[in-house]
Ligand binder design. Structure first.
Ligand code: HEM
Length: 440
């Protein structure tokens, strides 16, 4: 057998700007075309930086799990997110990451998570109480507000709806990283209006989280409870976490913890609204499992709801791609990836690859029933390996609780475009409103 020496094949774009123009025009088509024309491990370049797309499940598994020490979060991510969350769990590496992961883990233990369900359910009920028969709801807007509210109440013990700074900073960040705009690939040191707004809003958010910490410190330790904010404040007081690490983790969880879940819900509504039969089946399941309202004990029994969510996250992965960087030369699928190469793992292209999915464009929750015949990493909406999403169970519980609460009172039909434009920002965002009409 010959040893691999080849660099993965790929197109070569225009001099200097490489494939950046094609990438910013339609990043989804770009990765699908790259996959179909050059294979599941293929190369391209952005502004002269070499990058490789890793879209083969076995290679993805190797990067995230089998050989994970050979890969870092990398320069692209670190550079872009340094100001907002450079010292936080999402960006940090090595020992710093390991310490932080074990510090915050207790907030995400299964037993702890189940205690959040009543609050999730109450927040969802407050949203649904404002609805009425025949009303048209913009689901992304409503779910963004609802998930933000849930996050504030469960992990930080604050009513964030009183503090617009959080949603404003979140919007400014999404605008900053919208890949459909050519300049989002430019360094964020350039004082474009979007970058200036992002910096300003981020500063305001950082002041806000410092105030939250101050208020918590003023409480007696015995009265503080054990939410994520108290956990982090406790480690700062014990000098096991710096002020900067504290702040960056607050920003990390505020960002990572609501937008993605809101999008997961939005796309589940988009799919369900076009499948009245599936809504009816879910309502039958809820009737069979739940007494009055949905409880933490009910959630694991709602298996059909699980499959619907799985399928929506396959078709519309809120995190549609993420990055790694090779810390040394590595071999993947017979190719050599040189040290320093940026790797892109595109959920979008893998979740819609006809090699692993029959009729990939079709919404078919049944594919998640039983023991599916496909490679494990053909599906990775929450990443994988040691750095998999720490909020995965939290997000799934929240999505199920909110959907169960809505379906308890309403069915709904789609009144907006069934194939909405999608924006490749920090997350996969709908380009326009996704609207459903409610039927009580
Ligand atoms: C549907 C909802 C969600 C999706 C699709 C999602 C997706 C992901 C993905 C793909 C990663 C891995 C990124 C990588 O390896 O580079 C990740 C990491 C992370 N997620 Fe989530 N996430 C969701 C919800 C949440 C929630 C609710 C929280 C917090 C409450 C959260 C907090 C985090 C954090 C802190 C990390 C970094 C973990 C580490 O590096 O140790 N996520 N998420």
């Amino acid at each position: 057998m010959s040893t691999a020496v080849d660099y993965p094949p790929g197109p070569r774009g225009l001099p200097v700007i490489g494939n950046t123009v094609a990438l910013s025009r339609d990043i989804f088509a770009f990765f699908e075309e790259l996959r179909d024309e050059y294979g599941r491990v293929a190369s391209y370049d952005v502004f002269g930086t070499d990058a490789c797309m890793i879209a083969h499940p076995d290679a993805i598994q190797q990067v995230l799990l089998g050989n994970h020490e050979a890969f870092e979060k990398g320069e692209v991510l670190t550079r872009n997110l340094a100001d907002a969350m450079g010292e936080g769990l999402f960006v940090s590496g090595g020992e710093q990451w390991q310490n932080q992961r074990s510090q915050v883990q207790p907030a995400f233990y299964r037993e702890r998570l189940t205690t959040y369900v009543p609050e999730m359910r109450a927040t969802a009920a407050e949203t649904v109480d404002q609805w009425h028969d025949g009303m048209i709801v913009d689901v992304n807007d409503v779910m963004t507000a609802t998930t933000m509210d849930v996050l504030g109440r469960t992990l930080f013990g604050v009513d964030v709806t009183d503090h617009p700074v959080v949603s404003e900073a979140s919007e400014a960040m999404l605008a900053r990283f919208d890949t459909s705009r050519f300049w989002s690939f430019l360094p964020d040191r350039l004082p474009t209006p979007t970058n200036r707004r992002y910096k300003r809003k981020l500063g305001e958010l950082q002041e806000f989280v410092d105030e939250l910490a101050q208020q918590r410190r003023e409480q007696h330790p015995e009265n503080r409870g054990d939410d994520l904010l108290s956990i982090l404040v406790g480690f700062v007081e014990a000098s096991d976490l710096s002020q900067e690490e504290f702040r960056d983790n607050m920003v990390t969880f505020l960002f990572a913890g609501h937008e993605t879940t809101a999008l997961g819900l939005t796309y589940t509504f988009l799919c369900l609204a076009q499948h009245p039969d599936e809504q009816a089946a879910l309502q039958a399941e809820l009737d069979a499992v739940c007494d009055e309202t949905v409880t933490a004990e009910d959630l694991p029994k709602l298996e059909r709801l699980d499959r619907v969510i799985d399928e929506a996250l396959r078709l519309y992965p809120p995190v549609y791609m993420f990055f790694r960087e090779a810390a040394r030369d590595v071999e993947l699928q017979g190719y050599t990836i040189p040290e320093g190469t940026t790797l892109v793992l595109p959920q979008w292209a893998v979740h819609r690859d006809p090699a692993w999915w029959d009729d990939p464009e079709v919404f078919r929750p049944k594919r998640f029933a039983g023991d599916p015949d496909r490679p494990e990493y053909a599906y990775f909406p929450f990443g994988g390996g040691p750095r998999h999403c720490i909020g995965m169970r939290f997000a799934r519980m929240e999505m199920k609780t909110i959907l169960a609460t809505v379906l308890d009172t309403y069915t709904f039909e789609l009144v907006s475009d069934p194939n909405p434009d999608l924006i490749a920002s920090t997350n996969l965002k709908p380009g326009g409103p996704i609207e459903i009409e409610l039927h009580e």
